[in-house]
Design a protein around this ligand. Structure first.
Ligand code: SAM
Length: 614
């Protein structure tokens, strides 16, 4: 697999954080208080109890910046393995070398309301604090059974988790869990309103070309036009129009191909959403007047209809009123959790920017090991989007070989794809034919990602409308219905701040989703049952070894949201510190096959190298 592990997403982090000015809820990120009452290094006896505390001179000397120097590991770049933790000094057996805090977490459905705390994942014994939203208004049996509920040991755990985040996740869940209505969606007519005809725009701005790493591709649209779906669909098809061609794309081109498709999907969704929310413009054509011309039932049917129209024809497993999949809800909860925590980070960042002068800011280290993770750390994790797509494509490229011609040459199934840009006439139907061709060459897993994204966008739209209904322009409209606002008002002035929290685009969605893939840790109880999963961005630099020298353990009590990393043997200074990703008792071939299919890499640990040589 040819993914560039040395250059994952980090460059995106800053732009994602600053991209929007979404208001955020209060800071509720728990402090890593364990660091204050723990002296390092800890030495653990064989039975697990801490028997000896020897504080090294180096650790003693650094009393100022809490965790910076406490952990005897640092991130280094290793050949063929990307980033990894290495020891900064000799580590003795049974030392606690690292503690990581979970950032995004989600509970598996069966555990939602069965006495496991959403914050610390331990069984709730005594008190119980709950965030529960009424399940009224939803006809889903699943929603009625579970409702939208999150339970916590007590107020402390709830506060540490964040009551606002919990409430918002419950609201999202409630919307996601309702069944999409087949009947209403069937009668709902989508209105396709091109923002600007393609040909007109091209004539005005002239055609251009872009050089990808393999080919020179004519750009069918200028940068402004790239925001609209016809140009994006054409662009993607010019890069690859068969499964084999997609599989053969170099990483950079494959990313470009995916960007085009996701942006086209965004454009198609945005167009429909904007028709719904701006069709009631006032006489002056003022933007942002959310006078809804559609009935709530029609609005509810928008996304089911869109999903059927954009994905249905090519995904036999998808029907309009697809049953709520528990798996979908689990990942949606995780994405919502990360999204809302990102907003907390933005609040903190804003505060920091005010409090710290720019000179001081330059002195701040980018990321301190052991400090609570932020969205920037989340983005720094390796994204597995490309490698996952390649895996899924190669799995079923042979099943769909009829899409390629007999010689394996690329075949333009859709005649429009071969047309010259200047001859193109704007026709929504033509573009939809190209779109459906694109969908037909993508693996089902990617269509499912689109589906999850649409369910999330749908839930967010409904929540925004719900909030708007509760606060209908009270501040902006006088009794006679005329606006009191001046012309400089931005769109945001019409929005309720709460609604602004329900904002996502495909870039953010992909960043969160594909960093989670193969980077999250399963959360298990003492009986080894999977309760949920969580992402520990700072622990994600522990590479795998089939002969690990680090063992991970969940902390106990209400620190169970933290993961501890203990040495299992002597680790010399500069040596790589590795955990094992799952079972290592199998033979070499089984181990390697599992690692490749689950984590997308060929293991190059010392044991695998030795066994291969032998
Ligand atoms: C959780 S990440 C670990 C951090 C990663 N090295 C990075 O730079 O972000 C897992 C990825 O690290 C690489 N990796 C981990 N263990 C490895 C090993 N034993 N051999 C080769 N690559 C490994 C693989 O690319 C794998 O997908």
């Amino acid at each position: 697999m040819n993914i560039d592990v040395d250059q994952p997403f980090p460059d995106k982090a800053d732009s994602l954080l600053s991209a929007t000015s979404i208001p955020i809820h209060p800071l509720l990120t728990p402090p890593l208080d364990n660091l204050q009452d723990t002296t390092f290094p800890l030495i653990r006896s064989d039975d697990g109890s801490v028997i000896k505390t020897t504080v090294s001179a180096a650790a003693n000397a650094t009393t100022t910046s809490a965790s910076t120097h406490l952990f005897p590991v640092k991130v280094a770049l290793l050949p063929n393995k990307g980033r990894s933790y290495i020891a900064t000094r000799k580590i003795l057996p049974n030392e606690l070398v690292f503690v990581a805090e979970a950032y995004g977490t989600t509970m598996c459905d069966p555990w939602l309301d069965c006495g496991v705390c959403h914050y610390c994942w331990t069984s709730i014994r005594h008190n119980k604090a709950q965030i529960r939203l009424s399940s009224s208004g939803t006809s889903s049996r699943v929603a009625k059974k579970h409702g939208a509920v999150m339970v916590f040991c007590d107020e402390t755990c709830l506060q540490l988790y964040g009551p606002e985040t919990a409430r918002m996740i419950c609201r999202v869940e409630q919307k996601v869990r309702r069944t999409w209505s087949d009947t209403i969606a069937r009668h709902w007519k989508l209105v396709w309103k091109p923002i600007q005809p393609l040909q007109q725009q091209q004539e005005k701005e002239g055609a251009a070309t872009v050089t990808s790493s393999t080919t020179t591709v004519p750009i069918l649209a200028t940068p402004t036009m790239l925001l609209h779906y016809p140009g994006l669909i054409q662009q993607a098809l010019l890069l690859a129009n068969t499964r084999t061609a997609v599989l053969n794309l170099k990483d950079q081109d494959l990313k470009c191909f995916l960007d085009c498709i996701w942006n086209a999907l965004d454009s198609l969704i945005d167009e429909q959403e904007s028709i719904i929310s701006t069709s009631g413009q006032d006489k002056g054509g003022r933007k942002g007047k959310k006078l809804l011309a559609r009935s709530p039932t029609q609005i509810e049917a928008l996304f089911p209809k869109l999903a059927a129209c954009l994905l249905g024809g090519n995904n036999p497993t998808l029907t309009i009123a697809s049953k709520t999949s528990d798996d979908d809800c689990e990942i949606i909860r995780l994405i919502a959790d990360v999204l809302f925590r990102r907003q907390q980070d933005m609040r903190v960042q804003q505060k920091l920017t005010v409090a710290i002068s720019s000179e001081q800011q330059q002195q701040q280290p980018a990321s301190i090991p052991g400090e609570p993770a932020t969205f920037v750390d989340y983005c720094a994790m390796q994204s597995n989007e490309l490698v996952l797509l390649r895996q899924q494509l190669s799995l079923n490229v042979s099943e769909h070989s009829n899409i390629d011609d007999e010689d394996g040459n690329q075949q333009l199934v859709d005649s429009e794809a071969s047309e010259q840009p200047t001859k193109l006439k704007y026709s929504h139907n033509n573009h939809m034919a190209s779109w459906h061709h694109l969908m037909s060459i993508l693996p089902t897993h990617l269509l499912n990602c689109f589906y999850i994204y649409m369910r999330l966008r749908d839930a967010f739209l409904l929540l925004k409308l719900e909030d708007q209904k509760n606060q209908p322009y009270a501040d902006n409209e006088s009794e006679d219905g005329n606006s009191n606002s001046n012309d400089n008002d931005s769109d945001e002035n019409y929005d309720n701040p709460e609604s602004n929290k329900f904002t996502i685009n495909s870039m953010l969605f992909r960043t969160i989703l594909f960093a989670e893939v193969a980077n999250s840790f399963g959360i298990r109880n003492l009986s080894d049952e999977l309760q949920g999963f969580a992402v520990f961005p700072k622990a994600c630099f522990f590479n795998h070894s089939c002969r690990p020298n680090i063992e991970k353990k969940r902390r106990q009590g209400n620190r169970a949201r933290q993961m501890e990393y203990w040495s299992t043997c002597v680790i010399e200074e500069g040596e790589e510190c590795c955990i094992s990703y799952g079972d290592i008792s199998e033979g070499r071939q089984e181990r390697q096959a599992r690692l490749e299919s689950m984590y997308f890499f060929k293991c190059s640990c010392s044991r695998c190298v030795e066994e291969t040589e032998a």
